[in-house]
Write a protein that binds this ligand. Structure first.
Ligand SMILES: Cc1ncc(COP(=O)(O)O)c(C=O)c1O
Length: 304
């Protein structure tokens, strides 16, 4: 295989954009030089075709968003139909309401949903809501939850995050309920939320996930499943459906719209509706009708 065009584009973009990639894990640093399609021209089903004309079976699935396959007709048709009516408006498109109703029907913890644009927005929205709901500030987390300060501050990539913010987040070990109890007991009455990726590695048990929810509640914290990876993959509603354990809130993203940029936080009405009472979660592209159309078509296809 020849990768001349890919390599030339990496060198060219490196002069104007760090990592020559907008997503950390898509950077040339994470792929084997001269064996990987650094720049992709097009994709179809499970296959991608790079700028040098090489064909690959794409096990990355775009890091999770591509649930049904690239260029999936039913999703494309729905997006094109909406595109012809308009991408986004000054107020809502009906497809927004339709999608919200569908998700509330399908996701066990969802009494209400709030749409945002990427997984980090969804987890951060959940944390802000949990802090407002409990009147507390500390967070216990287990897994990767995106780029925002409260979460990345607890990782090794925390340059630029204020120390005061880093100190509010603690991590706990997966599949070890004593560890979670120990972390929450270290600052009694101070934890607003327990957030975790419910499925990691080889997964877990219903008993463990239920114990996480119960332990969070015992300490007065909100239990949040970060279903950005597990959602729309292991089951439509992720771990809460797969393992039958319902958290107070959950974040979803990646696979919900077969590649269209959409995410959302779902949860109990009494928590999510705090958005009507001073918890500010809003963005200009929040009403992006194209993504809603893509998500509705994806969900309907997955249902079938
Ligand atoms: C479990 C989990 N939560 C949150 C995120 C953040 O999502 P995004 O990169 O869309 O902001 C990711 C991204 O990989 C993730 O895997």
């Amino acid at each position: 295989m020849n990768f001349d065009k890919s390599n030339a584009l990496v060198a060219r973009e490196l002069k104007v954009a760090p990592l020559a990639a907008q997503t950390f894990s898509k950077s040339y640093r994470y792929f084997i030089p001269d064996h990987s399609p650094m720049f992709i021209d097009r994709a179809e089903g499970a296959r991608v075709y790079d700028v040098d004309g090489n064909e690959f079976l794409d096990f990355c699935c775009c890091l999770g968003p591509i649930t049904l396959g690239y260029n999936y007709p039913r999703v494309n048709e729905a997006v094109i139909e909406q595109l012809n009516k308009g991408m986004i408006f000054s107020t809502q498109a009906p497809v927004e309401c339709e999608l919200a109703e569908k998700l509330v029907e399908l996701i066990p913890c969802a009494e209400m949903v709030k749409f945002v644009k990427n997984g980090s927005d969804a987890t951060t929205s959940a944390i802000r809501l949990a802090r407002a709901y409990t009147g507390r500030e500390r967070v216990a987390m287990c897994g990767y939850h995106g780029i925002h300060d409260w979460s990345i501050g607890a990782s090794q990539n925390n340059r630029g995050v204020p120390k005061a913010v880093c100190e509010l987040t603690s991590t706990f070990k997966y599949n070890d309920i004593e560890d979670l109890d120990r972390v929450l007991s270290s600052h009694p009455g101070e934890f607003a939320a327990v957030i975790m990726e419910p499925i990691q590695g080889d997964g877990t048990t219903s008993e463990y996930l239920q114990a996480v929810v119960d332990t969070a509640h015992k300490h007065g914290a909100v239990a949040i499943f970060d279903e950005v990876v597990s959602g729309f993959h292991y089951a439509m509603a992720g771990a809460q459906e797969y393992y039958g354990v319902t958290p107070d809130m959950a974040s979803f993203g990646k696979g919900c719209a077969n590649g269209m940029p959409l995410s959302f936080v779902a949860g109990k009405r009494e928590i999510i509706r705090l958005i009507e009472e001073g918890v500010f979660i809003s963005n200009t592209f929040g009403g992006d009708a194209l993504s809603f159309a893509g998500a509705l078509a994806t969900v309907r296809e997955l249902e079938e």
